[in-house]
Design a protein around this ligand. Structure first.
Ligand code: ADP
Length: 153
């Protein structure tokens, strides 16, 4: 099974959508192996969004991510990284297809509800950035045979 990082952004916390968005991931069949609220800093965001450092909106994106605490989650499942990116949808909420989280809950390029790791290397680095080892739990749901075929997990 694979693990991936999801951040419920300040826009999600402010709009009281935490439970609703977590529920989407749970209903999909992903299970939560780490969950906490945290106030992000300019330092952690500069690292997390280093690939945007040359963009004119870099500081604005970081400020938006510091507007209030975020909820950080580690989700686990078969092919979890791609499954979560598919659920999240493309970056711009206005263009994201209906049925995706961004498509259903966002009208913005920036205020787009969730962050989701975009590949195995990124997921590994991001989980290390946001969670300590003791904050991540080893457990498996007892209904895996209802979630997957027996050769899928
Ligand atoms: P994603 O979150 O879909 O992986 P990126 O890593 O490219 O996208 O960007 C990180 C975050 O920066 C986005 O989720 C969004 O909040 C913000 N962002 C990216 N591009 C833009 C843009 N052109 N205008 C405003 N905000 C942007």
């Amino acid at each position: 099974m694979e693990r991936t990082l999801v951040l419920l952004k300040p826009c999600t916390v402010q709009r009281a959508l935490i439970g609703e968005i977590i529920s989407i991931f749970e209903k999909k069949g992903l299970h939560i192996v780490g969950l906490k609220m945290m106030q992000l800093t300019d330092e952690i965001l500069s690292e997390h969004y280093a690939h945007l450092s040359e963009k004119p909106f870099f500081q604005r994106v970081k400020d938006s991510m510091m507007a209030c605490p975020v909820v950080a989650m580690c989700l686990e499942g078969v092919g979890a990284i791609e499954a979560v990116r598919t659920l999240a949808g493309p970056t711009n909420g206005r263009l994201a297809p209906a049925g995706t989280i961004r498509g259903d809950y966002s009208m913005s390029y920036q205020e787009n509800i969730v962050h989701a790791s975009d590949g195995p290397e990124t997921a590994k680095a991001e989980l290390k950035r946001f969670f300590t080892d003791s904050e991540l739990f080893e457990w498996k749901p007892n209904n895996l045979l209802s979630t997957y075929a027996n050769d899928e997990f």
